[in-house]
Design a binder for this molecule. Structure first.
Ligand SMILES: [Zn+2]
Length: 303
């Protein structure tokens, strides 16, 4: 089921019974008619078109685009269940020209061209019909009835000039308008972005030495306030920040790199949190409690 949303849906009974088809291309016609609607021409007839574009650009749809319409002989339905969509068009026959001398048939007007553009852009989007000139009888693109005229299979008709020279000369203009319409209807794709730089890799987790921590914990409390153990201060800072995050060490003592008495006290609390008691919770870091702290606060632990 495929109906063009900008058409007046005015189905003929055949739309229910025609074979299903995959819309493959488009064939443009002229109806030799001054009517606003040519549905009556198709009723009770063995031929029909999918669409009609009236003088004012109004579009009528008579047959579902996924059903066959018979408007262009061998182009109606062909191998693989494919078929071309037919678009009939007002030409003012009997008012603008005499309906006989096709050399006098008028060009499509601006309203009709605008309607073609929107309809063809929709056929492009909905059915994948390329917005190029039809390259062969069974090819994909936008063609016209007289494009393949002849007595032998395959052809769109045997002998006539539809949609007449003035309109055949406009096919390129019609296709160009459809291409503009399709582009306007498609959100512009983003400009190509710069080559993506790699997402910043996570900083490597700091590596903390239990040996250095223990050395600092045994030495720093004897030093002057804030005194640090050479080679251990960075490790101590990592542990202090973890203890601060645990709520065990006041901020002002955190991160000074000195494993002083307050840090010892805070670390002893951490050991008790880990389930140690007595001598095992003396505030001197041991491997297992440091590892637990590191697992929780993002540092690795070495000897
Ligand atoms: Zn025709």
């Amino acid at each position: 089921m495929a109906r063009y949303p900008h058409a007046d849906w005015d189905p003929i009974p055949e739309t229910e019974s025609q074979p299903r088809t995959k819309p493959w291309g488009v064939v443009l016609h002229t109806a030799v008619s001054n009517s606003k609607n040519i549905k009556n021409v198709w009723l009770g007839s063995s031929v029909e078109s999918h669409f009609y574009v009236a003088e004012d650009g109004n579009v009528l749809q008579y047959v579902d685009t996924e059903r066959v319409a018979h408007c262009q002989m061998d182009g109606n339905y062909f191998s693989g269940g494919k078929g071309h969509i037919s678009i009939e068009t007002w030409d003012g026959a009997g008012r603008v020209w005499d309906g006989r001398d096709v050399k006098r048939l008028p060009r499509w007007n601006a309203a009709q061209i605008a309607s073609f553009a929107t309809l063809l852009a929709w056929l492009n989007k909905s059915h994948g019909v390329p917005l190029v000139k039809l390259p062969s009888v069974f090819g994909r693109g936008i063609g016209w009835h007289a494009q393949y005229t002849g007595r032998d299979y395959p052809r769109f008709n045997e002998s006539h000039a539809c949609p007449a020279p003035a309109r055949i000369a406009q096919v390129e203009e019609v296709i160009a308008a459809a291409v503009r319409q399709a582009k306007a209807a498609t959100p512009q794709s983003k400009p190509p972005s710069k080559p993506q730089s790699k997402p910043p890799s996570k900083p490597a987790k700091p590596l903390v030495s239990v040996f250095a921590l223990a050395k600092a914990a045994k030495s720093d409390p004897k030093r002057a306030q804030g005194g640090v153990t050479s080679g251990a201060a960075d490790d101590v800072k990592v542990v202090e920040n973890a203890l601060k995050a645990e709520g065990l060490l006041p901020t002002r003592y955190a991160g000074d790199g000195s494993f002083g008495s307050l840090t010892i006290e805070a670390y002893a609390k951490w050991q008790r949190r880990c389930g140690y008691t007595g001598k095992d919770a003396d505030g001197i870091p041991g491997t297992s409690s440091v590892k637990k702290l590191g697992d929780k606060h993002g540092f690795r632990v070495g000897a």
